[in-house]
Design a protein around this ligand. Structure first.
Ligand SMILES: NC(=O)c1ccc[n+]([C@@H]2O[C@H](COP(=O)([O-])OP(=O)(O)OC[C@H]3O[C@@H](n4cnc5c(N)ncnc54)[C@H](OP(=O)(O)O)[C@@H]3O)[C@@H](O)[C@H]2O)c1
Length: 279
């Protein structure tokens, strides 16, 4: 593969890991993010043709989420720019069970380029690198009432799968659903992290309206509140309470467990409280 692989969101949870793995294999990677050079911004398509120059394959992790209004237009514009350049393959990170994201998936599938779509369940790393990390550090995890369990996946598994797809030029025109190895509740995860870090984490469920009001007091932007509300209320209705075997099918090993994820984060010191770090 002589040309470059563009990793959008290349400094984020999935992109950073994918870029690292591709570079380790000696493959040429260009990071796509607002702080990269050339910069890539989903809000400004004026230089996308420059960013796509000499690119063979694009890994697309959209910001903030394919489920938000406006994502379809932006994915359409990116696909159009990719078709006008020399891009041969698109690998889209998608969400499981989200109807809105399926419009974006369809645009990629109908791009007339090679494509792979990786639909992932909720990331374990949301508790250490994502929007729940602060709550874990503060020892108080407040969420809306959630009736369903989720097959949380280790982002390292997503990165291994995507790296293999790109490096081996495999799984073209295929939609892959990735999940972790077991269904878990948020409360159970809070208990397991609490035991591992030896600090209490109070788990509290509140009515959705109370939850969104709480987010507003933290001055979280309205569109992010709407996204979080959608993810916790509509998406967590049990539609994703099932496991797939795709991590093992593709990588020839079992999907990572929550326990092994927790060990990695503890070893990295990411859940050390600020007071502990300071003392
Ligand atoms: N979290 C989950 O549980 C979950 C589950 C399934 C699917 N997903 C999907 O995963 C995707 C997010 O992937 P991720 O978690 O790997 O990413 P992430 O950690 O949220 O990534 C942040 C990355 O995006 C870049 N970025 C932020 N705003 C940008 C913008 N306006 N334009 C261009 N780049 C921007 C950041 O770099 P700069 O700041 O330098 O721009 C950084 O590289 C979403 O589409 C979501 O739907 C998430």
């Amino acid at each position: 593969m002589s040309n470059k692989i563009l990793v959008l969101g290349g400094t984020g949870k999935t992109g950073r890991r994918i870029a690292e793995r591709l570079i380790q294999r000696g493959l040429p990677v260009r990071i796509g993010s607002r702080n990269a050079n050339p910069s890539f911004d989903w809000e400004n398509s004026s230089n996308w043709m420059d960013v796509l120059q000499q690119i063979d394959t694009v890994y697309i992790s959209f910001q903030p989420d394919l489920a938000v209004p406006g994502s379809v237009d932006k994915i359409s514009a990116l696909v159009e720019a990719a078709r006008r350049s020399d891009v041969k393959k698109l690998v889209l990170l998608s969400g499981r069970g989200e109807q809105e994201t399926q419009h974006c998936e369809n645009i990629v599938m109908q791009s007339q380029l090679d494509w792979s779509i990786v639909r992932a369940s909720w990331f374990m790393q949301n508790f250490s690198e994502g929007f729940l990390a602060e709550a874990i550090l503060s020892g108080h995890l407040v969420l809306p009432i959630i009736k369903a369990k989720e097959p949380f996946i280790d982002v390292d598994d997503i990165a291994d799968v995507v790296t293999k797809i790109i490096a081996d030029e495999s799984h073209s025109n295929t939609l892959i659903e990735l999940t972790g190895p077991e269904l878990l509740s948020f409360e159970k995860i809070a208990q397991l992290i609490s035991a591992a870090i030896n600090r209490p984490i109070v788990f509290e469920e509140v009515a959705t309206q109370q939850y969104t009001e709480m987010l507003r007091t933290y001055e979280i932007p309205d569109d992010f509140i709407a996204l979080i509300k959608y993810l916790f209320t509509e998406l967590m209705d049990g539609r994703n309470e099932s496991l797939t075997n795709e991590v093992e099918n593709i990588l020839g090993r079992k999907a990572g467990s929550l326990e092994s994820y927790i060990s990695k984060v503890v070893d990295a010191g990411s859940w050390q409280s600020k007071e502990l770090v300071a003392s």
